[in-house]
Structures are given as structure tokens and as C-alpha cells.
Design a protein around this ligand. Structure first.
Ligand SMILES: N[C@@H](CCC(=O)N[C@@H](CS)C(=O)NCC(=O)O)C(=O)O
Length: 220
């Protein structure tokens, strides 16, 4: 562990930032929040990571990119009581697999719909948006069956996969409503939103709801 606190470049309203923040909050890790609402933090991010995607974590000489990368790093260097990647190798494999599911099949199509709305009208991609919405439907259906028998993504323990699931399902339901027939997905989303680390991340993002390009609903 380094003497100085790690710095997280993140924005409270960003889903991937919340994914990393939930991990930090789960284990009460002390960190320096470089909120990208601040222009100085934004230019530091640009110098550190040319993709300018966030969150990233800077710890001493190391820059860690990707929310999953950040969470893996935190577990190695700032371990706490909540093992977000389980020690058991089989459970760890399942955790990483579900983490990919939430990134690729919930967050990616969700972002496609939202980012499309930010484009100038002539550059929009209605075909791609229809594909993204279809992918969300397929993801909800698959997840509903899975969550019929589980409390968290891999079972009894809250893991890395749930850190992503929380903000992604939170925003996915705003973007492409989860049908009432997917009762297990709704119940899982409610459990996630009641978890103290998630409550904190959602509350910190409340002031930014007007940023939501599709119009934030008056709930959650
Ligand atoms: N693959 C990245 C995705 C991060 C990402 O898409 N972050 C969004 C905010 S939620 C972002 O950087 N948006 C700014 C942009 O696209 O320029 C990760 O897992 O961390």
C-alpha cells in the first residue's frame, strides 16, 4: 500500500464510475475523489488516459483503467472485509463471467441508446438503437431466469458483478423499461438499490439527474 491515498477520476452520475465507487464504499477505502465536474480534473484525466473514459484510479506511479480493472486492483492492494472477487477460484470465475455479462449485454446497449440521443439528429442510428433495445430484452429475459434462484449475481455473496449490475440495471430500466413479467430482475434491482454502498452512490448522483438525455423519471 502506498503512503498517499489513491485518486479516483470519476463523475457521480456515470454508471461505470458508480461501479468503482460502490467497490470503494463496500470496503470503506479512503480515496481522493477527482470529480470530473471540475475542469482541472478533466484535463488531468485527458493527460493520464487518452481514451478519456472513466473511471480511472491513480495510485502512486500506477494508472489503472477500466472499472473492473480498478476493482481488481483495489482487492489486491486495499483488501477489506468484502471480497468482491471471491477467494474460491470457481466462484471468482463465475463473478468475472457475470461482470462481462453486465458490461457487454446490459451497459453497452444501454449506453448505445443514451449516446445516440446525444448525437445531432442526422447522425442518429435508429437501426443500431433497435438492435440495442432487442439486446436489452434478451439480457433481461436471461437474467430473470438466473435471478429466480439467487440473491446476488453469483449467489449468496455480493461481488464485483453486483457492483456493475447496480448502476447498469438502475439506468437500463430508465432507458428501456424492464417489463413487469421479469419479476426476478425487478426484485434484484430493488435489492441492489437498497444496499448501503449503492444508496450512497445513487444519492451522490441525484443533483445530476437533469443530465440524463432521455429525461430522468420521477422515481428511484
Ligand atoms: N469500458 C469502460 C467504460 C467506461 C465508460 O464508458 N465510461 C463513460 C461514463 S459512464 C465515459 O467515459 N463516457 C465519456 C465518453 O464516452 O467520452 C469501463 O469499464 O470503465
Amino acid at each position: 500500500m502506498t503512503a498517499t491515498r489513491p485518486r479516483l477520476y470519476a463523475h457521480p452520475f456515470s454508471s461505470y464510475s458508480q461501479k468503482a465507487l460502490i467497490a470503494l464504499y463496500e470496503n470503506g477505502i479512503d480515496f481522493h475523489y477527482r470529480n470530473l465536474e471540475d475542469a482541472q480534473a478533466e484535463s488531468e484525466l485527458a493527460a493520464l488516459w487518452p481514451m478519456r473514459r472513466f473511471p480511472i484510479l491513480v495510485d502512486g506511479e500506477r494508472t489503472i483503467i477500466e472499472a473492473t480493472g480498478v476493482i481488481e486492483y483495489l482487492q489486491l492492494h486495499y483488501p477489506g472485509p468484502v471480497r468482491l472477487i471471491p477467494d474460491d477460484p470457481q466462484a471468482a470465475q463465475e463473478t468475472r463471467m457475470l461482470d462481462r455479462f453486465f458490461d457487454n449485454y446490459v451497459s453497452t446497449p444501454q449506453q448505445k441508446v443514451v449516446f445516440d440521443r446525444l448525437r445531432p439528429e442526422p447522425d442518429r442510428d435508429p437501426y443500431g438503437v433497435r438492435e440495442a433495445r432487442a439486446m436489452l430484452e434478451t439480457a433481461y429475459a436471461w437474467l430473470d431466469e438466473r435471478m429466480a434462484t439467487r440473491e446476488w449475481a453469483i449467489g449468496a455473496d455480493f461481488t464485483l458483478a453486483d457492483c456493475g449490475a447496480a448502476p447498469f440495471l438502475f439506468y437500463a430500466d430508465w432507458t428501456h423499461a424492464i417489463d413487469a413479467r421479469f419479476a426476478h430482475v425487478h426484485a434484484y434491482r430493488r435489492r441492489l438499490l437498497a444496499r448501503p454502498s449503492v444508496v450512497r452512490a445513487v444519492d451522490e448522483a441525484r443533483p445530476y439527474r437533469p443530465y440524463f438525455p432521455l429525461g430522468a423519471p420521477d422515481r428511484d
